[in-house]
Design a protein around this ligand. Sequence first.
Ligand code: SF4
Length: 547
Amino acid sequence: MNLGGRGLTSTIIKHEVPADCHALGKDNKLIFAPGILAGTKIPNSGRLSIGAKSPLTGTIKESNAGGTAAHKLARLGVQAVIIEGGSVQLVSLYIGKDEVRFEDGVELDNLGNVGVISYGRKKYGDTVGVISIGQAGQQKLSASGISVTSPDFLPRMAARGGLGAVMGGKNLKAIFIDDTQGTTVQPVDKEVYQKSLKQYVAGLKAHPLIGGLKALGTPLLVNMINEMGALSTKNYSQGEWEKAENISGEKISELMANRPNSQMTHRCTSGCVIGCSQVFTDKKGKPIVSGLEFETLALMGSNCMIDDLDTIAEMNSICNDLGVDTMEIGGAVAVAMEAGVLNWGDSAAALALVREIGKGTEQGNMIGNGCHYTGKKLGVSRIPTVKRQCLSGYDPRILKGTGVTYATSTMGADHTCGNALPSPANPDYNPSASSGQAPVSQFLQYYFAAVDSLGMCLFAMLPPLDIPELQGAIASCAAALQGISVDENYLIALGRRVVEVERQFNIKAGLGKEQDRLPSFFNTEKLAPRGEVFDVSEAELDSVHTA
Ligand code: SF4
């Protein structure tokens, strides 16, 4: 079975990185891998997987982002870039056709991602793809991520797990990719490929979810999740918020309708047929951020009780430039609010605190090291993390299948590993049932590990969950591309293999079933207003993984 994306990064780490190594030391490796389908015309196939041992969670880690880098690397025939050891001085890496070289990075020192991107465009022209870290990665903060440029040179973050700190630890500031002499990846079996691709694209475009994502992007989830009573609010003490409407996709759409230069449909990668991203502008039409996502709105908005979209967008923009995870930072600001460092809903104080990260102050370092670190430092007892990674915007007391994923995923709390949302196509699934969640989470964890290995955007792989024929179509595309044959279990077998490799690494790193637990307040504190607790048994949690 061929590997790519997350499957490749995790397999290399499992075999080549000592599980007990220091994540910021020379023995850790940082790996960039396009997915199996990258470099083709398959829509939404341009995710870049980045993997290493995580300085945040201590687990194996894969975080992925859209942008142009995955397609560019695949067009150059590059399956993976593996960064080993470390440089004494700050460097950048240039990758072109048949040419790879390190360059002096002194001019890039202490630049944010926006400055690095601008440098790369000036030096290499407008066809370059840029992978970079901001100041947070250079400071080796545990919440730092890695930016990958979109086709219009906006930063998209592989945000989770502190991978920016691993890159900073190696003194690598940026990778510039020049694919001007690259070529589109061609399928071995053109006929089967074209037929399967046509079937997949038709099914994808006809699915009702796609229209919603095109119109409002992931912020369409704010009102939906709030109505379910599962929206992370006031550091996970409420599941509904009376001001949720103010940070909803509908509100963003209304606001952007009157602002020049805004876009409600924007593509983070070429070939995307959904365009779930947007360009959020200020009143004068100055672009503030692209890709104001549900998770940012939930963690920096409702979870901090901030309902001012302009402030949330500004915090998002600062985080993208510094190169930190908005979810981890939102979670950290909320526990700081719980500790009384600033008041709930104080948007000016929250913005000022986020700005501290770039200044390298004690408070900035605290927040920049994420939710767990901040909560411990401030003596907060309710810290919403698993394996030191902050939960997403879905409260696990209502969405219990997602709670099982938070607890048991190989990555720490991570909704993208298997978010068990209800679907009209699956009316019998009860997301709040206290049993029967483990098989759902396990299936989704395998499925999305396969999606990450193909390099597909997960939104483009939601319709196949409802329509199994589309899973067959995408598997058939992968097979025809590589000239191999696959059976109907291809995706799940691929995903299972990846998760098992990751699990083996984690066990060696000392992270097994005892760590597969949610913080105890989710088990004991009733979530207002529905009164639910997370009551999935430990035996059921332990049944997700065989080891
Ligand atoms: S659907 Fe959204 S996240 Fe996925 S590739 Fe398109 S713009 Fe990027």
